[in-house]
Design a protein around this ligand. Structure first.
Ligand code: SF4
Length: 548
């Protein structure tokens, strides 16, 4: 860095030059001043520059800065806490990429961080309550660490931003679901405001009467449906090397189920252009990624209103399956109404598409499904399951079930229980309905009392868990294909990874076998299943076999 004195002299030199060229006869003092400068502060720089340019003396001065070692920047740290779905996990990865580009390094706790981002979920009440409690902890931390930057992003940022401003004035930035790319600029603005530097953003940070800064917000979402898509959130596509990766292929939702806040927090459905998705996955495959999971709120509705025209989801799967290096393709979550025969045939046909589908049911009562605006009947759902099982050998089907929707009678609840028993899902996410602000269901006056919801949920969990355990145990004695992710967290002498049907599998390698444990990481290997419980398979590497 040049000293401020030298900077001043440079400026003076430029002013003198301007005066001389504009008024050569009337400004002798300017030339004199310029010459005197050559004798003083500027001389070392000038002589050095002159040597470099073979131009001794003024006026062809090269004022490029001399090599001066920059003071070492203090290390900066960030922490991102994530609640909710895979889409949020993927958003958190994007936030990390942006922060790392700014020079921040990840840390595992709030206390060591310079920036804490809470990536929130509004789908149910519990994660929202947790975020409020974390904001309380961060308020205490900010008392002893006032420079800490606290940000809230995700669905709660979108739906609760006025409440966050009111209840948590220590929050510096509130970032909506489509605005993650704005984080670096927002952080720069906050820093400018903190240091009192004359930045235009000061006008965007009005002080409340309490003296607290109003948090910066960035919350825009596309306003309309059915137009050619142009408002895809910006994202970083140079991903860190990883064996498995989530890839968002669409954003938002147009279904407007009456209980769900997602269309309000993530905006209208819009698909990413196919070429962008393929380019991102090709890049990841070159970096060693072997498994991709395509993400979307209704992932199989992909492909409407693209600039290149309609691209059915089944065609996107075909295109991705041609990418060299990608061995497994998953997707979540498909919507029953958009689950076409063409898609079922494509899953059956493409080797790389895993035999695993998560198909949200919610309830198995036609009256309730209609009230929820789900757009399918129990019979429709049953038909999809039957076709999948008939055409895709060994497919695992999981689901979402929500009990206690407003007005749910005991008979309607029993319909769901019977269907669960009949369908024998491999697993299920089960939860009790909780009213979400600004949704139609929240306004209903016939809310089911909490104890009733809890009781229904407990009985469902018991039923589904017994189904899951017996389906898992039925795999004992079979050989399954596992993509090895690393050493098992519970036992360092085992490896672990997922089957194609998304079952966590822990396995040993026989003593005297030809392979060391670590040499198998990143490979797909056959595992002989010796045991199973609710969540996992246990087994042993099935040697000798060829490893992919
Ligand atoms: S399909 Fe329904 S439940 Fe799923 S995100 Fe859209 S509105 Fe919500």
């Amino acid at each position: 860095m040049l000293s401020s004195k030298i900077k001043f002299n440079l400026l003076a030199w430029q002013v003198a030059n301007k005066l001389i060229s504009s008024y050569p006869d009337v400004c002798p003092f300017a030339r004199k001043y310029q010459n005197s400068m050559l004798e003083t502060e500027l001389k070392p720089a000038h002589t050095d520059a002159a040597r470099r340019t073979n131009a001794p003396g003024a006026p062809d001065l090269d004022f490029s800065p001399l090599p001066v070692s920059a003071p070492e920047a203090a290390p900066k740290y960030y922490h991102v806490a994530t609640w909710g779905c895979q889409m949020n996990e993927e958003d958190s990865e994007q936030i990390s990429l942006y922060l790392e580009e700014l020079g921040y390094t990840a840390v595992g706790d709030y206390a060591s961080a310079d920036i804490v981002m809470l990536n929130t979920c509004s789908v149910r009440q519990k994660p929202e309550e947790k975020v409020w409690s974390e904001l309380g902890r961060l308020r205490d931390l900010k008392l002893v660490k006032p420079d800490l930057i606290v940000g809230v992003c995700g669905c709660m940022a979108q739906s609760e931003y006025t409440e966050i401003q009111r209840r948590a004035p220590h929050v510096n930035l509130i970032v909506g679901t489509g605005n993650i790319a704005a984080i670096p600029e927002m952080i720069a603005q906050i820093k400018d405001a903190d240091t009192g530097s004359p930045s235009s953003i000061l006008t965007a940070l009005p002080r409340k009467s309490s003296g607290n800064l109003v948090p910066l917000t960035s919350l825009t979402l596309p306003p309309r449906r059915g137009v050619i898509v142009s408002e895809i959130p910006a994202r970083k596509t140079e991903r860190a090397a990883s064996l498995k990766a989530h890839v968002p292929i669409m954003y938002g939702c147009d279904k407007f189920c009456t209980f769900c806040i997602v269309p309000l927090t993530r905006g209208r459905e819009r698909s990413r252009p196919t070429v962008d998705i393929l380019a991102e996955i090709e890049g990841m495959a070159r970096n060693g990624t072997k498994e991709v999971c395509l993400l979307g709120q209704t992932v199989n509705s992909y492909g409407k209103n693209l600039p290149e025209g309609r691209v059915p989801f089944a065609r996107l799967l075909e295109e991705i399956s041609q990418i060299r290096g990608i061995q497994r393709i998953r997707f979540t979550s498909p919507y029953p109404r958009d689950f076409t025969d063409e898609l079922i045939e494509t899953i059956a046909k493409l080797d790389k598409v895993c035999e695993q589908v998560h198909l949200p049911l919610q309830v198995a009562d036609d009256e309730l499904l209609a009230e929820m605006h789900r757009g399918y009947t129990v019979a429709d759902f049953r038909t999809i399951v039957e076709k999948l099982r008939a055409q895709v050998s060994g497919i695992a089907i999981s689901t979402d079930i929500m009990l206690g929707y407003p007005g749910e009678t005991d008979d309607q609840y029993q319909n769901t229980m019977r269907f669960v028993e009949e369908t024998q899902f491999d697993s299920a996410f089960m939860f009790a309905y909780s009213p979400r602000t600004n949704t139609k269901a929240a306004l209903k006056t016939n809310q089911v009392p909490k104890p009733v919801k809890v009781d229904r949920l407990n009985r469902l969990v018991e039923l589904q868990n017994s189904i899951t355990i017996s389906k898992n145990k039925a795999q004992i004695g079979n050989v399954v294909e596992v993509l090895v992710e690393g050493r098992s967290q519970k036992d360092d002498n085992r490896l672990s990874g997922y089957t194609r049907t998304l079952k966590m599998t822990h396995f040993t390698v026989p003593e005297g076998g030809t392979r060391s444990l670590d040499s198998l990481i990143g490979k797909t290997v056959p595992v002989f299943v010796e045991g199973a419980n609710l969540t996992s398979f246990y087994g042993v590497l099935a040697e000798p076999m060829p490893y992919l």
